[in-house]
Design a protein around this ligand. Structure first.
Ligand code: SIN
Length: 286
């Protein structure tokens, strides 16, 4: 596709594209929004560099692509209810999002897009990996595709946010206590989604389940389910599907949670990383 308002560079890796030629702190023309949306649907994650955004400018940019959602487990920044701070202090051990997953897949209508902006980045490390779950699904054997498509998953925040969850335990050790909100009963809830979802806009199928959010396959025990989730994670996150994005202050990524996994690397011990995150409402996975 030819673009009139933006430039789209796909050399960043197997999935994703860098968009240049646009200042996203300003209101965008209808054509620019249409073109950014088209590039995003085509490449699954789009990156912008050298932007300068207040929380409200970031939220306004995200709102060009749908209604904004509220993340249930963290308190928003003071200036905007839709922007949550993701901060790892220099003395913290656990990072937020440090495993392969798609965002908030344990709610009935998980967010379609996540818009993440880098406020402060470590000198080295803190990259985010993105994996193309559509291409990974496409490359599976017909036998495994058929099995996965005939099963559904039970998704739950309990593994991460529940009473025994990893964040809860870290918060108790006060590493993430500052912005971390409890919502304990909600954290134990379960919801059923397909393991393979079909994208509502592109019609493409993608692997959707993940170790941190899919508790088990429906009708299977968790112990029986884990080996399959591990296997799927391994094959979907092979180098041939993965782009490694190196953040700079002012970088922004917008990814499509319906077809791309991500993993925030936790390799910058002793340094601070500060991001702002906005999510855009999605539909019930089909
Ligand atoms: C997330 O999983 O939403 C956070 C990703 C990151 O901080 O790179």
């Amino acid at each position: 596709m030819g673009y009139q308002t933006i430039k789209v560079d796909t050399t960043v890796g197997p999935v994703g594209a860098i968009i240049t030629g646009v200042d996203i702190s300003k209101p965008l023309s209808a054509l620019a929004i249409k073109e950014i949306n088209a590039a995003w649907l085509k490449h699954h994650v789009v990156f912008f560099r050298d932007q300068s955004l207040t929380p409200t400018q970031q939220a306004d940019f995200a709102a060009n692509f749908g209604d904004l959602d509220v993340y249930p487990f963290m308190t928003a920044v003071d200036s905007n209810p839709n922007v949550i701070p993701i901060i790892k202090e220099a003395d913290a051990e656990l990072n937020f999002g440090g495993a392969w997953h798609t965002d908030t897949s344990y709610v009935e209508r998980p967010p379609k897009a996540t818009v993440l902006y880098a406020v402060e980045v470590p000198d080295t490390g803190g990259d985010t990996l993105f994996a193309d779950a559509t291409q990974a699904f496409h490359d599976l054997s017909d036998g495994l595709k058929n099995i996965l498509e005939s099963e559904s998953g039970i998704y739950s925040p309990k593994l991460v946010h529940g009473r025994e969850g990893s964040y809860k335990q870290a918060a108790a050790r006060s590493e993430m206590a500052k912005d971390y909100g409890g919502a304990e009963d909600f954290a134990e809830q379960e919801v059923e989604h397909p393991l393979i979802r079909t994208h509502i806009d592109t019609g493409e199928k993608s692997v959707y389940c993940s170790l941190p959010h899919t508790h088990r396959i429906k009708g299977w025990t968790r112990e029986e389910s884990i080996p399959l989730f591990k296997h799927l994670t391994e094959i979907c996150t092979q180098d041939k599907y993965v782009t490694r994005f190196k953040w700079q202050q002012g970088s922004l990524a917008m990814w499509d949670n319906r077809c791309v996994f991500h993993n925030a690397l936790n390799d910058y011990q002793g340094m601070r990383r500060h991001m702002h995150r906005v999510i855009v409402q999605g539909e019930r996975p089909q």
